[in-house]
Design a protein around this ligand. Structure first.
Ligand SMILES: NC(=O)c1ccc[n+]([C@@H]2O[C@H](COP(=O)([O-])OP(=O)(O)OC[C@H]3O[C@@H](n4cnc5c(N)ncnc54)[C@H](O)[C@@H]3O)[C@@H](O)[C@H]2O)c1
Length: 477
């Protein structure tokens, strides 16, 4: 399909004005009025709808109403930031209308849904970019540049540790929207399809086999402290000791935060409003008395045709909420910490050097070489880079204000919106890293991992690969 020429600012319609639609992408739009403008919003929550639509965008109570009006609205592109279960239907409807779209991950919460969506993409030649924001974070782009340049030699192992953070897990995966696999999706998809995508991206190929183990270890009724009531606010005797006591998080630790995750409590974010939300809503529930069933820890092992093996460890029981990375290769080793952006590279050969793309005049401004030495055990070269966003677009005052330095996926949210809006103008949504095909393998890897965890053992990934769903062979990158 030939895309009509688009001039900035790109005119966007947004489906779903929650954490992603409003806080992540809407915020970027407000910070870049010359690049994008929101012309229509669909959202059933009145306060959220008004906050994102402002005085100029058209308002709709449901995504279906907005999509039915696309012919009149004539946006340049659509952002689908709805709950997981609505992704396939909404993306198919927008694709049928012939518009490019940014579809939040997971593209589909089930294998059946993903297969259906792949069929829509084939039938309509849909231009769908999936919200794999981390591919656009400076940290992961720098790691990928090192791997692609062959700096580490042939890759032997990749280890990704997804430290979910005990408080974040309780918020999203015990009390919140991703607590039930049937209502949203398994944790390995909902939380770690980013990590599986990054491993796939670094490996440069789909895995041969996938195996996975894990369970819901802790957030079960039998682990509740003696006498714990249904809600933290009902006089819990364990309030002082329990790591998951809700008022400590939403009223104290996050008292200055007014966007995600506290926006999930409701519109009134005053102390009294927050307390009322904890007394009534899902986020005040005792973590041992919720209707949750997703795994709270899971380890996945992937084997690739080249001999490379990769592990992904996801755990609720971490202090940090960020990813750690370790890669070993035949000529070097890499350790990375996503939140700080630090990447340490040990190069084993005396002639080993960092690639020009990370050292020369074209080095991206968000990558900095902070130290080099020969302090390895055999006097080999070591380099420390820091790759993280140089700009924080968050203002000091106004509705988007907030504590500086919150990561927003280490710059990936901003990076994806920047790339998406550029691609809408260039007519390239649907190709390269902004293509549906690129996202397929990560989702299939997650479904295979869940099947393995459920008892299938080592799953042969051959029949699952993206080409099975995308016979046009556009394949992943
Ligand atoms: N890319 C990432 O890293 C990332 C991170 C978090 C969440 N997500 C995904 O983004 C999506 C949105 O997540 P979120 O955190 O913004 O959730 P959210 O619950 O904060 O936002 C979803 C919004 O959709 C609205 N909605 C529900 N039904 C609707 C309908 N019929 N029509 C219009 N709007 C409707 C809800 O009222 C809510 O405001 C989910 O699929 C989630 O898995 C992606």
């Amino acid at each position: 399909m030939i895309a009509p020429p688009v001039r900035p600012p790109v005119r966007l319609a947004v489906l779903g004005a929650g954490g992603r639609g409003a806080d992540a992408y809407g915020r970027w739009v407000r910070a870049h009025p010359d690049r994008a403008r929101i012309v229509a919003v669909a959202e059933p929550d009145h306060a959220r709808l008004g906050a994102l639509a402002g005085t100029t965008a058209a308002r709709y109570p449901d995504w279906r109403d907005l999509v039915a009006d696309l012919g009149r609205l004539r946006p340049d592109a659509v952002v689908v930031a709805l709950p997981d279960a609505l992704h396939v239907a909404a993306a198919a409807a927008v694709a049928d209308a012939g518009l490019p779209l940014l579809l939040e991950k997971p593209a589909a919460p089930t294998l059946t849904g993903l297969t259906e969506l792949a069929g829509v993409v084939r039938r309509t030649d849909a231009r769908i970019a999936v919200g794999h924001v981390l591919r656009f974070a400076p940290f992961w782009r720098a790691v990928r540049a090192l791997v692609e340049a062959g700096t580490l030699g042939d890759l032997a192992t990749i280890e990704v540790r997804e430290n979910i953070g005990f408080w974040h897990f309780a918020h999203s995966f015990v009390r919140g929207s991703w607590r039930s696999a049937a209502e949203s999706s398994p944790m390995v998809l909902a939380k770690t399809c980013h990590d599986l995508d990054l491993i796939r991206w670094l490996a440069g190929a789909a895995p041969r086999t996938v195996s996975s183990e894990g369970s819901l270890l802790h957030f079960r009724p039998e682990n509740a402290p003696d006498g714990a009531p249904a809600r933290c606010t009902d006089g819990c005797p364990a309030a002082a000791d329990c790591p998951f006591y809700a008022p400590r998080y939403y009223l104290d630790a996050l008292r200055d935060v007014t966007d995600h995750p506290v926006t999930m409590l409701g519109a009134d974010l005053s102390p009294a409003g927050r307390l009322a939300a904890l007394r009534r809503g899902p986020y005040g529930r005792c973590v041992y008395h919720c209707d949750n069933d997703v795994a709270d820890h899971q380890q996945t092992l992937l084997r690739f045709g080249s001999g490379l093996t990769a592990t992904l460890t996801a755990s609720a029981f971490t202090a940090e909420n960020t990813r750690h990375l370790a890669i070993t290769g035949t000529r070097g080793q890499l350790h990375g910490h996503m939140e700080s952006g630090e990447i340490r590279v040990d190069l084993f050969s005396p002639s080993g050097r960092l690639p020009d793309v990370l050292l020369g005049p074209d080095t991206p401004p968000d990558v900095e070489l902070v130290a080099s030495g020969t302090d390895g055990p055999l006097g080999h070269a070591t380099h420390t880079l820091v790759a993280r966003p140089i700009r924080d677009t968050r203002p000091e005052t106004g509705p988007d204000a907030g504590p500086a330095g919150r990561s927003r996926h280490a710059g990936g949210d901003d990076g994806l919106m920047d790339a998406f809006c550029r691609a809408v103008v260039d007519g390239t949504v649907g190709s390269g890293e902004l293509s549906f095909a690129t996202a397929l393998d990560s989702h299939l890897m997650a479904f295979a991992a869940e099947e393995s965890r459920a008892g299938a053992g080592v799953v042969d990934f051959g029949p699952w690969t993206a080409t099975a769903l995308d016979p046009a062979g556009r394949g992943s990158q």
